[in-house]
Design a protein around this ligand. Structure first.
Ligand SMILES: C[S@@+](CC[C@H](N)C(=O)[O-])C[C@H]1O[C@@H](n2cnc3c(N)ncnc32)[C@H](O)[C@@H]1O
Ligand code: SF4
Length: 385
């Protein structure tokens, strides 16, 4: 089996700190005004990696993702020590993909070569927007110029890099977005993540939105912006391979494919989720979210895990649908049946096909269509019912 066909095993490592909290973000990220003891965290990461590898031994790691928070606030030697610990306790594939999420400030870009020397071979930059007014509105700490300079530094340091943009921002027209996207594509080598702004409960944007002070596009405009995204990216050789991710064929993020294909991954660090198999059962794991609480648990017990649930067959099958239908390659209904013990309802498949929301190809794979993706949640709910 080639490495493209072999099921992957991913390791996700969460760095939970940021310089400031962006008003739209509900990720597990924390701002600390005192210095962070990186050596203490590095020792705790190594310890949790050792414990997790003892529980899930003999895996071959196909991808590692250092996400956050802002992992580019870590010193390269901290990143190196995390990668060394993974290599010490698991077999690592010779072609392993090692991604680090970076914020595009000038300070962070100076560390890129150090990350490469530590073993990182791909960076994912949170550019978010290409004009300063939008970046200010999003509460970002970098300018558009700084972000593009960081992209150029990433291009020189790494063969593979990606960047994220957030669209469907207040007052954004389809023409403005098409222009921004074309400029982004000119800077992107092989991969772009394009997320529609979502208003998450508990964030400052949620309060502003509820008070009518932050207007996001209505359904029709959001749909047009989505269509513009598909059209412009498709035309420039970066088709969507997942609802929000675009790549030149072959340049897909292998780590994220592990999640969407329902393969196995370990979650290391505060608030990290994992999916680990043992004895034919799939475990959904999660660690303590608070950084200092996680640190104390790891130092006392060797791990920070606070959730370890066995997924029943229905939960496994639903997760396969939910994640797999995000992908352009879709799902294998036979695999769904094997997981859940029952086939997808042919009547529902027929209705959704007639409505143009899904297709079933000659090999039997079920995919969501271009017009089905904007209503993906409803399609999944219908099939899972
Ligand atoms: C967890 S963040 C980490 C990246 C890095 N800290 C940064 O901000 O550049 C990953 C990505 O999620 C996206 N994101 C976070 N919150 C979002 C929201 N409410 N709506 C849309 N995209 C969001 C952003 O594009 C961001 O780059
Ligand atoms: S978007 Fe990125 S930098 Fe901003 S708070 Fe979230 S994780 Fe931190």
């Amino acid at each position: 089996m080639s490495s493209a066909q072999r099921p992957g095993f991913g390791v996700y490592v969460h760095w939970p700190f940021c310089l400031s909290k962006c008003p739209y973000c509900d990720f597990n990220s924390h701002v600390r005004h005192a210095a962070i003891d990186e050596d203490r965290f590095a020792r705790a990461f190594a310890r949790e990696i050792e414990t997790t590898a003892a529980r899930a031994p003999d895996r071959k790691v196909s991808s590692i993702f250092l996400g956050g928070g802002t992992p580019s606030l870590m010193q390269p030697r901290t990143v190196g020590s995390i990668l060394d610990a993974i290599g010490q306790h698991w077999h690592v594939a010779s072609d392993v993909e090692v991604t680090l999420e970076a914020n595009p400030t000038s300070v962070e870009a100076t560390r890129f070569r150090g990350y490469r020397a530590a073993g990182v071979n791909r960076v994912s930059l949170g550019v978010q927007a290409l004009d300063d007014a939008s970046l200010k509105m999003l509460g970002r700490l970098h300018s558009a110029r700084e972000a593009l300079d960081a992209v150029a530094i990433a291009r020189a340091a790494f063969d593979r890099y990606s960047f994220d943009l957030i669209y469907a921002r207040p007052d954004q027209t389809p023409e403005m977005w098409a222009g921004e996207l074309r400029r982004a594509i000119a800077e992107a080598a092989e991969h772009l993540s394009l997320y529609q702004l979502t208003i998450e409960e508990g964030t400052p944007f949620f309060g502003l939105h509820a008070a009518g002070k932050l207007k996001t596009p209505d359904e029709a405009l959001a749909r047009t912006l989505y269509d513009v995204t598909q059209e412009v990216c498709g035309k420039h050789g970066l088709p969507a391979y997942e609802i929000s991710n675009h790549a030149r064929p072959g340049a897909e993020c292998r780590h994220n494919l592990v999640y969407w294909r329902g393969e196995e991954y370990a979650g290391i660090g505060p608030g990290a989720h994992g999916r680990l198999d043992s004895g034919g059962l799939r475990h959904a794991t999660a660690t303590e979210k608070r950084p200092e609480g996680w640190l104390m648990r790891v130092e006392a017990n060797g791990h920070g895990m606070v959730t370890d649930d066995i997924l029943n067959s229905e939960e496994r099958a639903d997760e396969y649908l939910l994640m797999g239908l995000r992908l352009n390659e879709g799902i294998d209904p036979g695999h769904y049946r094997a997981l859940s013990g029952r086939a997808l309802d042919p009547a529902r498949i027929a209705t959704l096909t007639d409505e143009g929301a899904i297709t079933v190809d000659a090999s039997g794979r079920l995919r969501v269509t271009q017009s089905g993706f904007p209503v993906l949640d409803a399609v999944v709910a219908d099939l899972a019912a």
